[in-house]
Design a protein around this ligand. Structure first.
Ligand SMILES: [Zn+2]
Length: 117
């Protein structure tokens, strides 16, 4: 529900690609952490859907800090938010690459997650 509300906000401003950029980057971070943590703490699988969601929330946090149509440079600590924006301005095809990484990490997690849950 929060994701849908956020997407409609991006949609209304005509920056939907920006939404997907930070969704993919946050999901990559969350899924990577999930894959590592689930190897050592199998009980975490109960909360597996939270990891990509929290990753996305962290990556999108700089949306709260917008000064004159730009994010302050310090917001780059949120998974390279400002840097990712600059890369996408020059090469929107990065979204295809990031979506492939998300799908690969999902497949890896499904393959590697503890079986006795
Ligand atoms: Zn932003």
């Amino acid at each position: 529900m929060a994701g849908l509300a956020a997407f409609s906000g991006y949609w209304s401003q005509g920056v939907t690609l920006h939404f997907f950029l930070h969704l993919f980057i946050g999901s990559i971070a969350g899924l990577s952490i999930l894959i590592v943590v689930s190897r050592f703490k199998p009980g975490v699988v109960e909360y597996e859907y939270l990891f990509p969601f929290l990753g996305w929330l962290f990556a999108a946090t700089p949306e709260l800090f917008v000064v004159s149509d730009r994010h302050p440079t310090w917001t780059d600590i949120f998974l390279g938010h400002v840097s990712a924006d600059e890369i996408m301005e020059n090469s929107p095809m990065i979204l295809i690459y990031l979506s492939i990484v998300v799908v690969a990490l999902l497949a890896a997690y499904v393959k590697l997650r503890p079986k006795n849950q």
